[in-house]
Write a protein that binds this ligand. Structure first.
Ligand SMILES: [Zn+2]
Length: 382
């Protein structure tokens, strides 16, 4: 991953490059930003730049032996760690023994597709279903072992830990010790989406690199220039994705999916509003046949629409990033989602998401949700 492939954040790229040229590479850095803002891609580009043998003023060369290995995410001096859990493939292995190394293959495949991936996509790719993935003590042992080895090719050995908030508390002391007294020429690049969940002892031992949410222009430009997205569509997606480039890519690759979500959502809301039970049951039947990920992203879309309705009620319409039919719908629908029922609706949807992630029966879940919504809309019927 070169800096040119990282979306936006030019000032941050300049700063990182400056630090390398001025021998100010801090030995432990925390790339912190919301999902889709590009913390992981930025850390990858930084690692490639540090290890490039023919650094250009604005980017890694892209062609030296080190860069070629980075391109395939297989540089021997770049070590990846991330939260894992025991999956079906490791049914007979003690869960304590499992480490990130066991998942290098799907991890690399994921990066090769794009480092702008969603957390859910990661779970699906490595096959974690209903478990909480963690960076366990054994992964920490693995990090220490890795650091004890001589570096293979590069001056710097780099340990990239994705989602450091997944560090298991009892495993932390091992990592803390090595963060405090790292071997020479070792760089830790930690990536996180959630500052509150990171242990404060980890935070205090790292230099903070903020990777903020992307702005609409950065998303729009990357979609048209790097991904060949048609300008009108790129504009629409940049408004919808709220600075999350993983979401932007999902929308771009899904073709017209946002509108498909919209049609489904609008139809469902109408049925709930009218409490049309026979049609609701048919609708529930069809959504139940969609995959779990699809159901989740649909509920997330619904949450976004409700949020926009609430904003629209608070006369915060300029914040409502929608155009065309979706915007008209929000305008017409917002009187039914208001300060009296809005919170309950959002809670019901969040609840739905929570249970879908835990393999709830989708038929029961969407039926419940439909009747719940019908009940919450009822007092506001015209
Ligand atoms: Zn190079």
């Amino acid at each position: 991953m070169q800096f040119k492939d990282v979306v936006g954040h030019q000032a941050l790229k300049n700063q990182l490059i400056y630090n390398v040229h001025n021998n100010r590479i801090s030995h432990a850095q925390l790339f912190l930003g919301p999902e889709g803002s590009g913390g992981l891609p930025m850390a990858l580009a930084f690692a490639q730049y540090i290890q490039c043998r023919d650094k250009k003023p604005e980017d890694a060369c892209g062609v030296c032996p080190s860069c070629l290995k980075h391109k395939k995410f297989e540089h021997p001096d770049l070590h990846f760690f991330f939260p894992v859990a025991r999956t079906k493939a490791f049914e007979n292995t003690d869960h304590e023994k499992i480490t990130s190394k066991d998942f290098y293959r799907p991890w690399r495949e994921l990066l090769l597709t794009t480092p702008y991936f969603k957390y859910n996509h990661f779970l699906e790719k490595i096959g974690i279903e209903n478990k909480q993935p963690l960076i366990n003590a054994n992964s920490c042992n693995e990090i220490i072992k890795t650091l004890g080895l001589k570096s293979f090719e590069s001056e710097y050995k780099i340990v990239l830990i994705w989602l450091i908030e997944g560090l298991y508390h009892s495993a932390a002391p091992k990592l803390l010790k090595i963060l405090e007294e790292p071997p020479e020429k070792t760089v830790f690049l930690l990536v996180s989406h959630n500052q509150e969940k990171i242990l404060s002892t980890i935070r205090s031992r790292t230099q903070l690199v903020k990777v903020p949410r992307l702005n609409e222009e950065e998303v729009r430009q990357a979609l048209t220039e790097q991904y060949g997205c048609e300008p009108g569509r790129a504009k629409q997606i940049s408004l919808l994705c709220e600075g999350d480039f993983a979401e932007a890519l999902r929308l771009a690759l899904a073709g017209n999916e946002p509108l498909a979500d919209f049609d489904t959502f609008r139809y469902w809301m109408r049925l709930c509003y009218r409490k049309n039970v026979p049609e609701l049951l048919k609708w529930v039947d069809s959504i139940s046949k969609a995959g779990r990920e699809k159901q989740k992203s649909f509920l997330q879309y619904g949450l976004k629409m409700f949020r926009f309705c609430l904003l629209s009620n608070y006369k915060a319409s300029p914040l409502v990033h929608m155009e065309g039919e979706e915007k008209d719908f929000i305008h017409a629908f917002s009187p039914f989602v208001n300060h009296l029922n809005g919170l309950q609706i959002v809670e019901a949807f969040n609840d739905g998401l929570y249970h879908i992630e835990r393999n709830a029966n989708p038929k029961i879940l969407f039926t419940d949700l439909s009747f719940n919504l019908a009940r919450l809309f009822a007092p506001f019927k015209k």
